[in-house]
Ligand binder design. Structure first.
Ligand code: AMP
Ligand code: MG
Length: 493
């Protein structure tokens, strides 16, 4: 029996987008339990947290009971995976339950991930297991706390099932909240079938949902491309600023909204290294830390291709030229966002040539020095306060930073600026606590192998306040010991 909940669904995708999904039902699971419920997000969504953090809520998060007003469906999409095109993907283990309008009047998708097989499951079982579900919960929420656009986690439940992976693993379901689940790959699905009508429908839907200001533009489809390019340039600059490596930037994992989505093999760098790759399956280093802006541009070119028939329906050469001119702007666009990130991280008051030189000079100074990327910026703020010991201690050879440090401090204190104030401002944008890979792994192992969720819960609470130092949380600041060897992630399914 469906239960009465206070969720007021308004399912526009289901109503308006026939042909973009199949209505589908979740599998039933034996004995669901909530691991984590996100009270703050529930409030933001205008949901009653007491009703959801309950037995009935648990049945909903497990897919056993669908609330009144929901219209569960599996969305279709395609995508380039590691450069090769798969024309038929889709929600193979997820269901869009419905949409709600949140407290800020924004439409948000509520999706169950791990809710059983769908027509798009291919050889997969449609299920998810504890470790990857909690990884997505932990890192998605950490990204949000860092001010980086991301899908969110409303709840994680165990299902009481044992799921076959390399070993048997406890089953789990994530309730994911997104400003939409429209991907570059959603457009590609219809482009691959030559269905221009559907592409136009999807483009119009995307504009209304995410870029309403473009609705009346005469060249709104070219504007849509530009808007998504801006969102992605900003997003990738956010990632790079905190040392995030997504790990699987396939076009089906790139959103039109500009939110980070799918935290499978992601990781954070410790030492600064543009070549850093963590995913075991990324053998060509396609998705290396420093290659993410290039890949974003590549993915956006695939998006642009789908829009060609809309950009100029009469003259595809002209449409291709217009789109190409825009795409060629991406490196510049990205660079601008990235410089602004760096400006804030380094407390620079302007962004003229001399500041840009300083930013670039820092990267030369840390190259090959084994410097922890996260600590670097907090220690720089300490140096601005007059204590450079911690900073110099990060370097294999501290002479590599001395000249740069002198120049930077001179630049900061020109015009009689208050260095103390600048340092405080730097600390408000440079996190102390990030999801350090080894700590993520420890928390997930405890949860998955021993049903001990405390390390996960504690770490989550630390990551919710990434900029506030707490002396008793020293262990959460530290990178993995060098002896532990390189960190490897596996595509979480
Ligand atoms: P991902 O690499 O997680 O972005 O997923 C790529 C594709 O594989 C998507 O179409 C997913 O729905 C599908 N997929 C991933 N894991 C499973 C699974 N366990 N069962 C069915 N489909 C899956
Ligand atoms: Mg995906």
């Amino acid at each position: 029996m469906p239960f009465e909940t206070p969720i007021s669904f308004e399912n526009i995708y289901a109503l308006q987008m026939e042909g973009f999904y199949v209505p589908w039902e979740s599998a039933k699971v034996p004995s669901p339990r909530i691991i984590q419920f996100n009270e703050d997000l529930a409030k933001e969504l205008g949901l009653n947290e007491n009703d959801l953090n309950s037995e009935l809520g648990t049945e909903f998060f497990a897919g056993n009971e669908m609330p009144i007003g929901s219209s569960p469906l599996a969305q279709v999409y395609a995508g380039h995976q590691f450069g090769g095109f798969s024309p038929q993907l889709g929600d193979g283990r997820a269901l869009l339950v419905g949409e709600v309008i949140d407290q800020n009047n924004q439409r948000r998708d509520i999706q169950l991930k791990g809710s059983g097989p769908t027509p798009f499951s291919r050889r997969g079982d449609g299920k998810a297991v504890v470790a990857p579900v909690l990884r997505e919960y932990l890192i998605g929420e950490a990204m949000h706390a860092l001010g980086i656009p991301s899908t969110r986690a409303l709840a994680a439940v165990t299902t009481g099932e044992q799921i076959v992976r390399e070993e048997l693993e406890p089953g789990a379901i994530l309730t994911r909240v997104a400003s939409s689940h429209i991907r570059v790959g959603t457009f590609q699905f219809f482009a691959a079938r030559g269905d221009t009508e559907k592409i136009q429908k999807l483009a119009d839907y995307s504009i209304t949902r995410h870029y309403k200001e473009l609705e009346d533009y005469p060249e709104k489809y070219l504007e849509l491309l530009k808007a998504v390019m801006r969102k992605q340039a900003a997003l990738i600059s956010n990632w790079v600023a905190v040392g995030f490596v997504h790990g699987v930037m396939n076009t089906d994992n790139m959103t039109i909204s500009g939110e980070t989505i799918d935290y499978g093999p992601c990781a954070f760098i410790d030492d600064y290294n543009p070549q850093a790759v963590f995913s075991s399956i990324d053998e060509q280093a396609r998705y290396a830390f420093g290659n993410q802006p290039n890949i974003a541009q590549w993915n956006l070119a695939r998006f642009a291709e789908t829009l060609i028939p809309l950009i100029d329906p009469k003259d595809s050469d002209n449409a291709i030229k217009l789109a190409t001119d825009e795409l060629n702007q991406f490196p510049h666009l990205y660079q601008q966002y990235w410089l602004e990130e760096m400006q804030a991280k380094l407390g620079l008051l302007a962004l003229e040539d001399s500041e840009v030189d300083l930013i670039n000079g820092l990267y030369q100074a840390i190259e090959g020095q084994g410097v922890d990327y996260t600590k670097l910026f907090r220690r720089l703020a300490d140096a601005a306060r007059g204590d450079d010991e911690g900073l110099l201690g990060l370097f294999n050879d501290s002479s590599s930073i001395e000249t740069w440090l002198k120049n930077w401090l001179e630049q900061l204190s020109s015009n009689g600026n208050n260095l103390e104030k600048i340092a405080d401002k730097m600390d408000s944008v440079n996190p102390i606590y990030i999801p350090r890979n080894h700590l993520v792994e420890q928390a997930l192992q405890a949860a998955s192998k021993h049903a001990d969720y405390e390390p996960f819960k504690k770490f989550l609470s630390v990551l919710m306040h990434p900029y506030e130092k707490h002396d008793d949380l020293q262990a959460y600041e530290e990178p993995a010991s060098k002896e532990s060897g390189p960190y490897v992630t596996f595509c979480g399914t």
